[in-house]
Design a protein around this ligand. Sequence first.
Ligand code: AHR
Length: 481
Amino acid sequence: MIRIDAATATHQIDRRIYGQFAEHLGRCVYEGLWVGEDSPIAHHNGIRTDVIAALRHIKVPLVRWPGGCFADEYHWLKGVGDDRQPMVNTHWGGVVEPNTFGTHEYFELLNQLDAEAYINGNVGSGTVAEMHDWIEYMTLDSTAPMAELRKRHGREQPWKVEFFGVGNESWGCGGNMLPLHYANQYRQYQTYVRKYGAEPIAKIACGANSDDYEWTDVLMARAADHMDGLSLHYYTLPTGEWSVKGAATGFDDHAWHETLRQTRRMDELITRHSGIMDRYDPAKRVSLIVDEWGTWYDVEEGTNPGFLYQQNTQRDALVAAINLNIFHRHGDRVRMANIAQMVNVLQAMILTDGAAMVTTPTYHVFDLYTDHQDATFIPTARGALGADGELTVSGKDGAITLSAANTSLTTEIEAEFEFTEPVDEVLRAQLLAPAAPGDHNTFETPDAVALTDLTVSVDGRRVSFTLPPHAVATVRVRPRG
Ligand code: AHR
């Protein structure tokens, strides 16, 4: 019996933990989001309406753009105005990037999603002046040159940029820098991310690659005073090795358990990076921003290796649930996360094939978890649901949301909870429990993995339900009071 007492809530779960990431990579932006004004695919101002409707349903709070590695090759001026300048997308398949989707189209996307901006600037191959001009172009309300250029391109009012990343993976694809060199670069570049609007832009420094704790230490020691957030990237590889990742589908039981073991490393990484941050910033002013996370498998056979297109099974659903639970637990430091990526790339919410679209098991977990956004975190004992159980609990608007996952491939979990007050109403009870752990949605069978109703027993203050193997569920109740 797990006791739930809303009075023990510790911190707010920032809705930005449910952030998304859309890079100019493969078919994420082009086809996945943007089909253009002349497309026969249903769209509004060039952005496909089916994808927007699905993403609005899971309440996407913000979208990181334009990369990723692409960000440090992106020159924003080529992507505004009538005369777009193509470029080579060196990292991702060497294809020609037409720059049809640029700053104006990104803000149109945000407008349609009702989401905030998180733009990643170019430190690796861009200049300070270029970054400065982009900020001016987007956020300055005056007759200054860049603001005038924006107006000539059809946008009178400045946009709001809530978050700005200064470089991406500057230790790797973003310039191969050493930590002290990047700390200096960061200090310089961020100076020119000026505050022109009413609110300051939150500045995010490039953080560590998984367990590179030295990077975090140097950045916090040398630049913490100039940042609002420090990022962290960690991808779940089924084997833990880049050289032998394995397929997204058709995996065996061993791969299931190994993948979940690898994904649980996120907890240790956040704990240790946060511990270093605590030494320099005990008040936790600087957020840890996990702005790239998710599974990374071999690409689907017959697809461009540079496009990182992979299927998404119930294994990915469990990965999503485990990571979101970890972010909730660390919500006093982790205030944003961006799963990689929103459409057609890596652990995607949505897959498209021309005009066809399917949502993935990962999408359904984000759906199941929407009520945790901006809720208060209610701690429960680790392992409260047994060795195979994963649990996260939060409270919002007088209701309590329990999300439970079962990582076992064979055994059910009997989940029993006791609240401090009688439960008056079950507001939501849904389950994601396909027949097999490798089940996934295809364009032929788009609902093979879908939410179903969950049977819940309520007896006064007690609530119980059965969680099948390899399943994720959410129960939202209203206790009296
Ligand atoms: O998400 C794909 C790539 O992974 C990103 O471009 C890069 O930042 C990371 O290495």
